[in-house]
Design a binder for this molecule. Structure first.
Ligand code: RFL
Ligand code: PHB
Length: 389
């Protein structure tokens, strides 16, 4: 069997790519290891950059996001028990939208299926071959699919990255993880609160007017079993408190988990007709809310490059894919590292902790410093459109 583009992984990256290619008249097959229900209910990212929102809307998959997503014009930084608002609208004339990753995934799956896409779930034996030719193959379930391009959109633990020639990785692991909870409680604040407290970082986010999403900095080797619901709430109350009377509303926990923090970039992102995108190629710590946005920005570049290759035989855009994508990846990697080091408590490194507080003070006091944060948080401008034509 043959297709134009074989995509491994039905996360946000693989699904959006399949959609953008379809809009350019290019057919693809998406192969996903998990079942549909699993990928639609996996709780992860929640913040969409300004440009991500525009791209989803412009390509016809933004209706539910526009109806249910919460547009935020700023965010709160809380440290030394005081709150400082960073006003995105006023500083950079941009906003973010709070809308869960699994909602984006649901919208993309619904649209792909309505457009007659070939999406295959529960395919757990994908193997990639033929990489020395311009007809690479993907084998799964005893069937071989021959394609013009194979895309590894299979996340950090996927199988595609290991096929890249001359692969080099740079990474940083952090001494802490995030313990995340989803609670059936109305948000206690209208905007996200990033709090730096002596006990560690805490984030107050949300998913809807009745669901709160929150995170706590915990040691990297922390075990979830050591965190009872009572201990989680007690620590959230302590770390999110301010001198202006902030109160936190509690509710039953719907989900809890621990996520390690890591920065990781693997280059190149392509070898012959195999390319990687999203978490398969790079990971950022979640403090800057960049992971999914970066995955979708890769896909924008890739959709344009594959459009050029398959409709006009243009090799140049395709060959430039790694370099084009990495320009944004490294800037987001810097921003995510900066937010992480500024907001987390190192404990054993008083110098780092004093520097972090000085940077927060600078963001709170200086308009250019706040604008720099706002510019990266709401999303840097894209270099090009998603469509080749
Ligand atoms: P995904 O979402 O991991 O999807 C990869 C898909 O590939 C499948 N797969 C395979 N399929 C077939 N064969 C194989 N051999 C396969 N191996 C894997 C997997 O089952 C999966 O369905 O990668 P993608 O599409 O690149 O998307 C990346 C994002 O998921 C990720 O960057 C974000 O979730 C990161 N992230 C955040 N990003 C943001 O932009 N804003 C945020 O606010 C934000 N918060 C977060 C986050 C990630 C978190 N966790 C849990 C890691 C908060 C958290 C807690
Ligand atoms: C989330 O709502 O899950 C979220 C928000 C902001 C972040 C990370 C995660 O920086």
């Amino acid at each position: 069997m043959r297709t134009q583009v074989a995509i491994v992984g039905a996360g946000p990256a693989g699904l959006l790519l399949s959609h953008l290619l379809h809009l350019q008249g290019i057919e693809s097959v998406v192969l996903e290891r998990r079942d549909r229900d699993y990928v639609e209910s996996r709780v992860r990212a929640g913040v969409l950059e300004h440009g991500t929102v525009e791209m989803l809307r412009e390509t016809g998959v933004g209706a539910r996001m526009d109806a249910e997503g919460m547009v935020h014009e700023g965010t709160i930084l809380r440290f030394d028990h005081h709150s400082h608002r960073v006003d995105f609208r006023e500083l950079v004339d941009r906003t973010i939208t709070v809308y869960g990753q699994q909602e984006v995934v649901k919208d993309l799956i619904a649209r792909r299926l309505a457009d007659g896409a070939d999406l295959r779930f529960e395919v757990d034996d994908v193997a990639i071959g033929g990489l020395d030719t311009d007809r690479p193959t993907v084998t799964a379930g005893g069937e071989t699919l021959s394609a013009d391009v194979v895309v590894g959109a299979d996340g950090f633990h996927g199988i595609s990255r290991e096929h890249l020639k001359g692969l080099e990785t740079v990474d940083r692991t952090y001494a802490f993880s995030w313990l995340g909870i989803l609670a059936e409680a109305p948000p206690s604040t209208a905007e996200l609160v990033y709090a730096r407290h002596e006990n560690g970082f805490a984030l107050h986010s949300m998913r809807s007017p009745s669901i709160t999403r929150m995170y706590l900095q915990v040691p990297a080797d922390e075990v979830l079993a050591d965190w009872s619901d009572d201990r989680i709430w007690s620590e959230l109350h302590t770390r999110l408190a301010d001198d202006d009377g902030f109160t936190l509303t509690e509710g039953p926990l719907l989900d809890k988990g621990i996520t390690p923090m890591r920065s990781f970039v693997a280059t190149p992102m392509q070898t012959g007709r195999l390319v990687t995108c999203g978490d398969a190629a790079h990971i950022v710590p979640p403090t800057g809310a960049k992971g999914m946005n970066l995955a979708l920005a890769d896909v924008r570049v890739l959709s344009h490059a594959i459009g050029g290759l398959l409709t006009d035989g243009r090799e140049d855009l395709f060959e430039a894919y790694t370099d084009t994508a990495l320009r944004r990846v490294w800037r987001a990697t810097w921003f995510s590292w900066w937010m992480t080091s500024m907001l987390h408590v190192q404990g054993d490194d008083p110098f780092a902790d004093r520097l972090a507080l000085a940077q927060l003070a600078q963001v709170a006091a200086s308009r250019p410093a706040a604008a720099m944060l706002a510019e990266s948080y709401t999303g840097l401008p894209y270099e090009q459109g998603w469509s080749y034509r």
